[in-house]
Write a protein that binds this ligand. Structure first.
Ligand SMILES: Cc1ncc(C[n+]2csc(CCOP(=O)(O)OP(=O)(O)O)c2C)c(N)n1
Ligand SMILES: [Mg+2]
Length: 367
């Protein structure tokens, strides 16, 4: 019978501090395996009547809120920057309606009012923040771009393009570390997708299999340039490929398609497979911010998108098909109008912060 080979001895590594004979070599981690599995092809979500009505209600709430914010800005009641979400409503509503509000987290850039509304934050405190009032969600000191609610799992509101992406990876790291089952949704724009820090975050997120969904809101334009003019790879869902992060391209003007993609992405991440990237093809109707001459596109282009692919008109067709009458939809419109009117009245009439508040909330702790 052949003798079993003697176990191979690992040669001892010589170090100055340790006696020879004991290996101090660190076991290196196995090389990462290629991520060959692909997520399922998303299906258009089959919503119940109640869900459809809820999506319609939320999208309309965002649209009317943003229209009112635009008016208040024109009246000089809102200062500083203000970026409206009109046209993109189906993205935040379709994705966030699939989240678990108790454990999931959301982080985004400066175009943040819609995401906050879609995550159930009170329109009154968002509007009060816009007008710089003490009752605002950041006590009137953050304004349009810097809203935050740890309580609701909403981590901002960030003015530095792309900065929310590594911060989002940090949130997901904490979720994994604490093993709390939560997922982070990190939104960023097509312009932000060309930022270097985004790719550092992609690398770490995939390496550590963090529970994060990277969401590129491709509204076709950054500040004054179209995505096609500024991006060597303009199929943004492919941007995670060299990090083995799978990507899906989704029609961001159809709330049910968005909701369908959310299911696939959440299943992927919750199964411990690491990050996934969603590119939502959408469109912003208004200028980049309130002061945008919009010379990079024609009025006809905007009009054509409004006529052919408006997300609210789209869901109305689904509502009709589900047997919801015009009158029922009108009743919701009326209800939303009242909520927005109330939020604007509140924002105009509540007091500004006390001047002493200038010195609070500057640092988390006292030094
Ligand atoms: C690091 C950094 N660079 C530049 C800016 C100025 N800036 C603000 S928004 C923006 C365009 C970003 O476009 P995109 O990511 O497509 O988002 P969108 O505004 O379309 O939602 C730029 C260049 C900034 N705020 N931060
Ligand atoms: Mg953009």
């Amino acid at each position: 019978m052949a003798k079993a080979p003697a176990p191979r001895k690992t040669p001892a590594r010589k170090t100055a501090s340790k006696p020879a004979g004991k290996s101090t070599a660190r076991k290196s981690a196995p090389p990462p395996q290629p991520n060959r599995e692909r997520p399922d092809e998303p299906q258009r979500f089959e919503a119940t009547k109640e869900q459809l009505l809820e999506y319609y209600r939320q999208m309309l709430l965002i649209r009317r809120f943003e229209e009112k914010a635009g008016q208040l800005y024109g009246l000089g009641l809102i200062g500083g920057f203000c970026h409206l979400y009109i046209g993109q409503e189906a993205v935040a509503v379709g994705l966030q309606s699939a989240l678990d509000g108790d454990k999931d987290k959301v982080i985004t850039g400066y175009r943040d009012h819609g995401h906050m509304l879609a995550y159930g934050l009170d329109p009154k405190v968002i509007m009060a923040e816009l007008t710089g009032r003490a009752a605002g969600i950041a006590q009137g000191k953050g304004g349009s771009m810097h809203m935050f609610s740890v309580e609701k799992g909403f981590y901002g509101g960030h003015g530095i393009v792309g900065a929310q992406v590594p911060l989002g990876a940090g949130l997901a790291f904490a979720q994994k570390y604490n093993d709390d089952g939560g997922v982070t949704l990190a939104y960023f724009g097509d312009g932000a997708a060309n930022q270097g820090q985004v790719y550092e975050a992609f690398n770490m997120a995939e390496l550590w299999k963090l529970p994060i969904i990277f969401v590129i809101e491709n509204n076709q334009y950054a500040m004054g340039t179209s995505v096609n003019r500024s991006s060597a790879e303009d199929q943004l869902y492919r941007r995670g490929e060299s990090f083995r992060i799978p990507g899906l391209q989704v029609n961001g003007m159809d709330v049910l398609e968005v909701r369908g993609a959310a299911t696939v992405a959440l299943d992927w991440v919750r199964a411990g497979k690491g990050p996934i990237l969603l590119e939502l093809k959408t469109y912003r109707y208004r200028g980049h911010s309130m002061s945008d001459p919009a010379k990079y596109r024609s009025r006809e282009e905007v009009q054509s998108v409004r006529e052919k692919s408006d997300p609210i008109e789209g869901v109305k067709k689904d509502l009709e098909a589900a047997g919801i009458s015009e009158d029922e939809m009108k009743a919701i419109d009326k209800e939303i109008k009242a909520i927005i009117g109330e939020a604007a009245d509140f924002a105009e009439s509540s007091p500004e912060p006390d001047p002493d508040e200038l010195y609070t909330d500057v640092l988390v702790e006292q030094y």
